[in-house]
Design a protein around this ligand. Structure first.
Ligand code: SF4
Ligand code: SF4
Length: 300
């Protein structure tokens, strides 16, 4: 049997927002939700995708020459028939065209991650799998995690939890911390914002808490979607009902990812949404703290 492979679109070193200490964050392709405010649109599809950064284009035309579908008047990126074959990205020396998504073998990725072993360990950090939805590639995540655990590296998974429970089971023994988004407690609101209901998600989180796993809950605060005391308190009520106590972190929406949507040629539905104010985030934090018997985190 060959080694597990996974599709990754970015590996970010020295990350300080994806778990304790200094971390290396591995961003994986594919997601089972379609949140209209998604900060990582290049993560959504489960295959490689062409990206175009116009500011880097020098107009050399090399892409048009190799693309079977290109409009000679334009760069290859704009062909609606694009099959993501990557031929144009390979000849774009200006770096305007690139492919999001590269296949790694588990051993290859672990070897790369372990190059920073000392730094990660000395800072109390480790490796975080993010996305997209890393649990859609649970076999690969557990194969890499097994290799990291042999070297005592702390492991975390950022997940939206919209996956079969079996995906959690595969990674549970090898994961120190699950960082779990909850976007809405109401099934209807969840469906409206993400394209899917949340019963499977809440069932998974209830089961996960029962296992005694380390969990940090994250609530993204999205203006005109879930930025009300009621919506946040409903999520808080769910967290309070779980068997174990888990900290909750509030994350403010931002729209600095708009350029990524442009690079993929996609609409960004939250482009004109303004981030919530610091004052309002502070208010939601104290509202939750009054109701919850657990730590509430918000980093301005
Ligand atoms: S190969 Fe790259 S730099 Fe040249 S025209 Fe195409 S996109 Fe622009
Ligand atoms: S990736 Fe798309 S645009 Fe580029 S050469 Fe292939 S089909 Fe053409």
């Amino acid at each position: 049997m060959g080694s597990a492979t996974g599709l990754i679109f970015n590996i970010q070193h020295f990350s300080i927002h994806d778990g304790p200490g200094i971390r290396t964050t591995v961003f994986m392709k594919g997601c089972s939700l379609r949140c209209y405010w998604c900060h990582n649109p290049e993560s959504l599809n489960s295959g490689p995708e062409l990206q175009f950064t116009p500011s880097r284009c020098i107009g050399c035309g090399a892409c048009v020459e190799v693309c079977p579908y290109a409009d000679p008047e334009k760069t290859a990126r704009f062909t609606p028939a694009c099959t993501n074959c990557s031929a144009c990205a390979k000849v774009c020396y200006a770096g305007a065209l690139s492919i999001a998504g590269r296949q790694y073998h588990a051993e290859e990725l672990a070897e790369l991650l372990l190059k920073d072993k000392k730094l990660l360990a000395n800072s109390g950090g480790g490796v975080t799998f993010s996305g997209g939805e890393p649990l859609l590639q649970a076999d690969f995540v557990s194969a890499v995690s097994a290799l990291l655990k042999k070297e005592n590296i702390h492991t975390a998974i950022e997940t939206a939890s919209n996956v079969p429970w079996e995906s959690f089971e595969k990674t549970l023994p090898l994961t120190d911390l699950f960082i779990c988004d909850i976007k809405a407690f109401s099934d209807e609101l969840h469906q409206k914002g993400t394209g899917a209901g949340n019963r499977q998600i809440l069932d998974n989180l209830t089961r996960l808490s029962r296992t005694g796993a380390g969990i940090l809950f994250r609530i993204p605060i999205i203006p005109c979607y879930n930025d009300t005391e009621d919506a946040v308190l409903e999520i808080g009520g769910f967290v309070q009902s779980l068997e174990q106590k888990h900290p909750v972190e509030l994350l403010a929406f931002h729209n600095i990812c708009a350029g990524k949507y442009d690079a993929l040629g996609r609409e960004f539905a939250a482009r004109d949404t303004k981030p919530p104010s610091g004052e309002f985030m502070g208010h939601l934090k104290s509202t939750l703290e009054e109701k919850l018997d657990t730590e509430v985190i918000w980093k301005p």
